[in-house]
Design a protein. Structure first.
Length: 326
């Protein structure tokens, strides 16, 4: 499949059989395009980059070099899952970069949301560029561009995973899922054998937990976001809400309130729970989470997450709110 326009005759990939046919076709095209050269991929662990990685591993094996940058803003267990699935299970040629301190030091004291986003994006490109320059023989850059990226770019090249790399790197692009919609990418991911919690992962902002640790990011509040989010996801999975609710997460503002612990006055952070449903992300409704479940989640978070003394549930639809807080 060449070009950036999806053929009108292209059948929607909705079944394992259609996904396998797509995989077989792409493996042949990738081998023809790449030959014996090497390919570089920024592997975030998100749906799109994971499916591209799995496709390329099937097509060219060790010729693919995956770079996973841990910037400290991922959800609990996500960096470990990337290593387990791709390096340990799929035998990928994976470079793991621990850049947590580097990112958090750059973000220290920065409260303005758009500035945080720009710092995270720019620093990711710098780290990825540094890793790319350490490698010899790379001629291709693989990206998880999908069809909505192309449509939304309005004729401008969509980048998805890595944009803004220096021109002197001169990589030829490899974009095997660029004509697929997100639901089709998930069907292909299933057929490739990726785990469900990776294939059906919720939408996750590019800056990660950086936009859910509201205001200036601090390490203690970031850990509160990560731990409370893990509890929320665990309880939604246990109670049949995983897969039923489009997106759910926690956010923590940059202020404390008074509380009581063991009969003594304390100060702690509030955790905000958000759970919404949408079809196009332009509007969203709030999930009607059972009150008893909210009470249970509240008890777990306030007892298990250090530094937290309140849990709040965001009842606001979009509009007038947005889905994320920043």
């Amino acid at each position: 499949m060449s070009g950036n326009v999806r053929p009108e005759t292209m059948e929607r990939i909705t079944t394992p059989e259609l996904a396998q046919a797509f995989i077989d076709e792409q493996i042949a095209e990738l081998r023809s395009q790449i030959g014996d050269k090497k390919v570089l991929l920024a592997l975030s662990g998100g749906v799109d980059s994971s499916v591209v990685a799995a496709l390329l591993i099937k097509a060219i094996g060790q010729q693919l070099v995956c770079v996973h940058v841990n910037h400290g803003l991922l959800r609990k267990g996500e960096p470990e899952q990337v290593v387990e699935v791709f390096r340990n299970q799929m035998n990928a040629n994976l470079v793991y970069v621990d850049a947590v301190d580097r990112f958090l030091d750059k973000l220290a004291g920065v409260a303005e949301p758009e500035r945080k986003r720009k710092i995270i994006g720019a620093e990711f490109i710098r780290v990825f560029e540094e890793e790319a320059r350490k490698l010899d023989g790379i001629e291709f850059l693989a990206q998880g561009t999908i069809y909505p990226d192309i449509l939304e770019s309005d004729g401008v090249k969509a980048h998805h995973n890595v944009g803004g790399l220096p021109e002197d790197l001169q990589f030829e692009l490899v974009e095997p899922v660029k004509l697929l919609f997100k639901d089709e990418v998930r069907v292909v991911g299933k057929a490739l054998g990726l785990p469900d919690n990776m294939v059906f992962r919720q939408p996750f902002p590019g800056p990660g937990l950086g936009v859910r640790c509201l205001g200036a990011i601090t390490r203690d509040r970031l850990e509160c976001v990560r731990e409370s989010d893990a509890i929320l996801r665990e309880e939604f999975a246990k109670n049949g809400l995983e897969g039923r609710v489009w997106q759910y997460f926690t956010a923590i503002p940059d202020f404390k309130s008074v509380g009581v612990t063991d009969g003594k006055r304390t100060e702690g952070y509030p955790v905000i729970l958000r759970a919404v449903n949408t079809t196009d992300a332009m509007t969203a409704t709030v999930e009607d989470v059972p009150f008893s479940l909210l009470q249970h989640i509240t008890a777990r978070i306030t007892h298990e997450v250090k530094g937290v003394n309140r849990v709040l549930f965001d009842l606001t639809p979009k509009p007038c709110a947005t889905i994320e807080w920043e």
